[in-house]
Design a binder for this molecule. Sequence first.
Ligand code: HEC
Length: 193
Amino acid sequence: MKKIIVISILIVSGLLITAVSYVFIRSNAIINKKYNIALVDVVISHDPVSVAAGKKIALTRGCYGCHNENLSGNFYPYWETGMVAANVSKKIPQYSDKELFRLFKHGIKKDETGLWSMPAGMFVNLSPKDICRLIAYLRTVPAVENKLPTTAFSFKGRMNIISGEIISEVVSLPLHPFNLPQMAVTMLYLQAR
Ligand code: HEC
């Protein structure tokens, strides 16, 4: 009898460990997927008019809403992915202009993985000129220290990533409502510029 209980416990633990490992390995493969989108040359004007226009974009596209005052980053415990809205003020110097352009145009980070939990669909329809203005402004933001937790995808978040319920922003772009030209938000933006 004792032997049967021990064997059952071993089998159940083995199955549990296999299931948990599967969730981590499978979700890591999706999270770490690289997207091969070539970098393009960009010319950034750092004149005060461009910087002011870029600041307006940063203020109206919600950068500060997620990334906190000073763009020093923030953590929202209720986000299911466990993502941390990065300390942008310290990230910008690590990016080249071309890489920043690709980040906003395609939702792809410096390491070629896709953005998670940052609504790239809100930025892809910015004109190339406006993305350059945004970059010009971001270059003026001073680096600020901020103690933030490290991004740790929750177990539930990982399961939702495997099931496809949560998708990387780069994958969601073609489906993103902001990316549909008929959406009012895009039309208003296009009319205004
Ligand atoms: C809804 C919240 C949200 C908004 C709005 C938002 N971000 Fe983010 N941002 C995030 C999150 C979350 C991450 C971390 C994403 C990741 O690591 O996959 C991030 C990451 C970044 C990064 C760092 C990427 C890296 O390599 O780690 C930069 C730079 C950035 N955002 C700039 C901006 C700018 C500029 C704007 C406005 C135009 C903006 N963000 C708007 C949530 C947001």
